[in-house]
Design a protein around this ligand. Sequence first.
Ligand code: UD1
Ligand code: UDP
Length: 363
Amino acid sequence: MKKIISVVGARPNYMKVAPIHRAFQNYSDKVQHLICHTGQHYDANMSDIFFRELELPQPDFYLGVGSGTHAEQTAKIMIEFEKVLMKERPDLVIVVGDVNSTIACSLVAVKLGINVAHVEAGLRSFDRTMPEEINRLLTDQIADYLFVTEKSGIENLKNEGIADEKIFFVGNTMIDSLVYYLPKIEKSTILHELNLKSKEYIVVTLHRPSNVDDPENLVKIFDEFKKIAEKYKIVFPIHPRTRRTLQSSKIDYEHSNILLIEPVGYISFINLVKNSLIVLTDSGGIQEETTYLKIPCLTLRKNTERPITAEVGTNKLIGTEYHRIAEECFDTINNPPKNSQIPPLWDGRAAERITAKVVELLN
Ligand code: UD1
Ligand code: UDP
């Protein structure tokens, strides 16, 4: 029996690991699949709700590291995860995405001689001011198996000198969760609860430090939101990082058509996206989900590590010239993207491919 530990830490990790956990159940005679939650995210609406909705079991290991500076958080995760690995000695550690938990756990594992698989490898924004870009670059350099979601990832890894035999193009486990839960998502009552009507509102999420840490940016962003709110309702589930800036500054964000709510669970959130006119975001994962759902997405960033979403999908990068937000938004609502496509292998079966390959590699 092979022992595998998958790591989750922050909100975007749960929907990537859930389908992998489910797919490993088909190999229960060969693989014991365990889950370690670092506790990078810990609020109930940033953690527990996703375990429930995505039918993940309680984590086998909970490191409880919480928030801190990058060094504090990364170091705490490393210290606690090393204890788990020294005791458990798994055959493989699986990390996903690009958060601090991803690099911290990869580093600990490889130094103990334990193989690492990185799911969502090879994505690059080419912007090293993003903490995630550093996490991605370093994780891919030390991981043994690299599972890639889109073709840019293969090219990036090859350009960085990663051997072909380590790279596997498997598709997108985040889309696996979306496909699997669509029937449940359709039944969500969130529109009714928020008094919203399908295709009459806009969804916003923002949490990148470059957009939300400086209150001056948020002032400019909310000025634009108020212009939009003269015509359309905006629903904005606020990430804790963004809430922190809003609460500590005197930004005037009140408007009767801007609905500021706490972060919502996955099922409600995707239902909100699916019924929206357009999404405005700086999230990584949401660029992919809107592409799959063919909902127009404006990304408030200068770059994306997920270029396929802009090449074939519904995503448009609008940069950080905040004064253009309302105009871009109205333009896109009036001329929504046509003929967008779903990227190759975003078919709901990435986790099946990953687990089959992992079982083959471990045997
Ligand atoms: C992290 C990831 C980012 C990812 C995002 C997803 C890193 C470097 N960043 O950013 O890549 O896109 O998660 O949401 O790993 N906080 C709470 N409650 C929580 C969690 C956080 O209040 O449950 C607050 C704390 O004040 C904390 C701040 O949010 O200091 C930031 O949390 P942190 O995990 O450091 O980074 P995120 O901005 O959430
Ligand atoms: N999400 C959610 N509730 C919210 C906002 C986002 O369930 O209130 C989901 C979203 O559908 C996606 C994931 O969280 O699956 C993305 O996480 P986030 O934007 O925090 O991180 P990123 O992808 O930018 O790293």
